[in-house]
Every structure is written in structure tokens, then in C-alpha cells.
Design a protein. Structure first.
Length: 276
């Protein structure tokens, strides 16, 4: 049996989940008050691996890959990481909460760090030989971009990247055929041109695709398959050297700070992106 994540509004569901978990936490605290100054039993500490629960989940949902199963901050509730999703369930493993768990007393999002970690990409899977390489300044920082030549937000991003310095940019051509039927032809023309970086720059800033390019093998289908495997469904999508993802046409200052910053929880993007 495959455990499928819900497709309805995550923000609405997260709010309901958070409320439900707050109530559960409060009820647990009332039912089993802890003596002041006493320690929680190690088996109940949040983050403790739960191999028996993992075995239960694997037995019930054979088509799902579980990355980790640990105890949560709420007694009797387990935190389950599946791919890029984090959920909460009890010992029955029948009902799942998909959302964020908050500690209202500490004013802390207890799910943020795990979600950030779960959504990170192993950049070793990003084959740079399948990307257009551009070195700016000393090229010390690394930025990976999945981009569509007919995506208006990608064009906005390219204009913003003019002001970004000291970075090596790898652009993976990702034409969204369903949205932009002419994008694949333009991407192929850029890849098969003599100067890919210059051809890409010209296309994105002027709309003029290179002409006279000979036919050649392209990595476009590999890039599309890679994007799908990484749950990248929209363009532009930016990836940092440590595997963090950020969607949308962000400003050069935003991107620079993001590349330099330690990982932080990202809120919903208000910047544009095209999705398949």
C-alpha cells in the first residue's frame, strides 16, 4: 500500500493540524503532569529513533519510503519523514497529520528544521555537464537554476542576476512543454550553439533565439527527469550549494543573502514562477 500525501490546501490543513496538535499536547499535559524538575524518560524525548514504529509503517505502507521515524514532543505521537514530507501519527499508523507542530510556550516551530532538512537536495545529483555554466567575478559561490526560455519569471530572474557577483551559475534548461510549446526548440538551439552562455543571455534578454545551430544531442530530457525526481515543478527554481531550494524571480540582493546565509525556514513565495 502506498501512502499518498494530501493534495488539498496545505496552508489550511496545516492550521487545522497545528490546532489539533496543540489540543493533543495540552490534553497530554493535563493527563500526565510532570513533576517539576524531573527529567522526561529517554524513550519519550523528542527525536528518539523509533525502530518498532518504523517497522509498523513499513509493513502497512510498502510502497512508501520512510526516511526517519522518531518520537515527537507530544507523548504518543511520532514524527515521520517521507521524502520531502513530514507528518505526525500515533502507534496505530492509521491517521496522519501533515503540517507544522508549534510550541506555543517557547514560540517555536518544531517542524521547520526537519522540513528544511527533508527538502534539501543532494547536489551530487546535479550533473553540471548538463547545464550552461557562467562564472561571474571570482565564482566562489555556486547557484543552480532550473529555467524555461519562455518563462516570463525566468527572464525577470536573468535580468536580476546581472547584479549578482562572485558566483558560478549552472543553468539547467527545463522547457515546460505544456505551458510553452516553443520553449523546447529554443532550448535546443541554445544548447547546440557555439557559445551557450552568450546565446542564453541574448535569448532571455532580447527574445532572439540563436539561428543556424546544428542539431546535437541535448540534456533536456535528462533535466526534465531530474527535476521531476527532485519535486521541481516550476521555473525558475534556485538551488544553493548546500541543497536548499528557493522558487521564483528573486532580486539579486535576496539571492546573495540567501546564498550566504545559514539555512532558515522559507515562507510562502510571493515571487512569480511558472508551474507545469
Amino acid at each position: 500500500m502506498l501512502l499518498r500525501t494530501p493534495s488539498f490546501s496545505r496552508s489550511l490543513f496545516a492550521a487545522a493540524v497545528s490546532t489539533a496538535l496543540f489540543v493533543s499536547a495540552g490534553a497530554s499535559a493535563q493527563q500526565a503532569p510532570q513533576a517539576q524538575g524531573s527529567e522526561v524518560a529517554p524513550s519519550l524525548r523528542a527525536g528518539t529513533p523509533a525502530p518498532d514504529m518504523l517497522a509498523t509503517l513499513q509493513g502497512k505502507y510498502k510502497g512508501t519510503t520512510f526516511r526517519s521515524v522518531v518520537t515527537s514532543h507530544v507523548p504518543g505521537i511520532y514524527e515521520v519523514t517521507m521524502g520531502q514530507n513530514v507528518a505526525y501519527t500515533d502507534a496505530s499508523a492509521r491517521y496522519f497529520f501533515f503540517g507544522r507542530l508549534f510550541d506555543m510556550q517557547a514560540q517555536q516551530d518544531l517542524t521547520a528544521e526537519k522540513l528544511d532538512s527533508a527538502s534539501k537536495i543532494d547536489t551530487k545529483v546535479l550533473k553540471t555537464e548538463d547545464a550552461i555554466k557562467l562564472v561571474k567575478g571570482n565564482g566562489a559561490r555556486t547557484l543552480y537554476v532550473f529555467s524555461d526560455p519562455d518563462c516570463p519569471f525566468c527572464k525577470q530572474l536573468e535580468n536580476n542576476l546581472v547584479s549578482l557577483n562572485n558566483v558560478t551559475i549552472y543553468t539547467f534548461l527545463m522547457p515546460l512543454d505544456g505551458l510553452h510549446p516553443d520553449a523546447r526548440g529554443k532550448a535546443e538551439a541554445v544548447w547546440c550553439s557555439k557559445d551557450r552562455a552568450q546565446s542564453w543571455d541574448t535569448l532571455m534578454k532580447t527574445g532572439v533565439a540563436p539561428t543556424g545551430s546544428a542539431k546535437c544531442d541535448t540534456p533536456i530530457d535528462r533535466n526534465l527527469a531530474l527535476a521531476s525526481s527532485l519535486s521541481i515543478t516550476g521555473t525558475p527554481t534556485l538551488i544553493s550549494a548546500d541543497g536548499r531550494k528557493m522558487p521564483g524571480a528573486r532580486s539579486a540582493d535576496q539571492i546573495s543573502s540567501w546564498l550566504d546565509a545559514a539555512p532558515v525556514a522559507q515562507g510562502p513565495s510571493t515571487q512569480g514562477s511558472s508551474k507545469q
